[in-house]
Ligand binder design. Structure first.
Ligand code: ATP
Length: 228
């Protein structure tokens, strides 16, 4: 199992947000986390990344209990996060934005990793010299995805990757995300509905008012199509 969350409670400023969350994702599996705005997707993703503390419960990654590990340590285990709001630095070029996590985390083979990302998304290399502010929202999402892949390539947490993206670029994003599974990454996609992720994911988790339940599971290791 890649990710295993057990009985997780998370609160923000004393307000209970996530309650008794149980969720698992197998290695190399792609899962959707589907819930309306305010349901708790971002909170759960940030808790997995170590950006919000757990009040109760455990988070394990590849069999190791990471519940109390700081975010940098989880990044060191190659868990990466693409936030909903992209967080590119507008005045820096695309390449500089891409290399920022390598500089910040003292990653020595940053250029090598950048090459890998450029092979996956050649269009980013094409607009590498432009400033981030000169890109469309959808292009910025592609860059944000590429940047998230620089520090970590074991598991990636994508928060609303398709939000505000024009259809053509959404299709491109889908195909890049599908390629990530081919590369063996474990992927969690947060989406308010499953309009984009339905065709991509192996399993769906529903989140409603901070409570998670298992939805659809398409591909099981042994039996092909299964419905829960
Ligand atoms: P969205 O896509 O709108 O961000 P979401 O499913 O990702 O939705 P969260 O952002 O995780 O939902 O928010 C879950 C709940 O936590 C919401 O009710 C929200 O109001 C609350 N919340 C989030 N951040 C804070 C905060 N800093 N202080 C208080 N409440 C918060």
């Amino acid at each position: 199992m890649s990710l295993e969350i057990t009985n997780l409670d998370v609160s923000i400023e004393g307000i209970s947000i996530l309650r008794d969350v149980n969720l698992t994702i197998a290695t190399g599996e792609m899962s959707g986390l589907i819930g309306h705005n305010g349901a708790g997707k971002t909170t759960l993703i940030r808790a997995i990344m170590g950006l919000l503390p757990a009040d109760r419960g455990t988070i394990s990654f590849k069999g190791r209990d990471i519940t109390h590990k700081p975010a940098w340590s989880r990044a060191g285990m190659r868990i990466s996060y693409m936030p909903e709001d992209r967080r590119l630095i507008p005045e820096l070029t695309v390449t500089e934005n891409m290399l920022m996590p390598a500089w910040a985390n003292n990653i020595r083979d940053g250029e090598q990793r950048l090459k890998w990302v450029y092979e996956l998304m050649p269009e980013i290399a094409d607009f590498g010299k432009r400033k981030a502010l000169q890109l469309s929202g959808g292009q910025q999402k592609l860059v944000a995805l590429g940047r998230a892949l620089i520090p970590g390539r074991e598991m990636i947490l994508l928060d609303e990757p398709f939000e505000g993206v024009a259809p053509v670029l959404a299709k491109r994003l889908s195909s890049v995300i599908a390629d990530l599974r081919g590369e063996g990454l474990t992927v969690l996609i947060g989406e308010s509905d499953d309009s984009h992720s339905a065709d991509l994911v192996d399993a769906t988790w529903r989140i409603e008012r901070g409570e998670v339940s298992q939805g659809r599971r398409d591909r099981s290791e042994s039996s092909g199509l299964t419905d829960y």
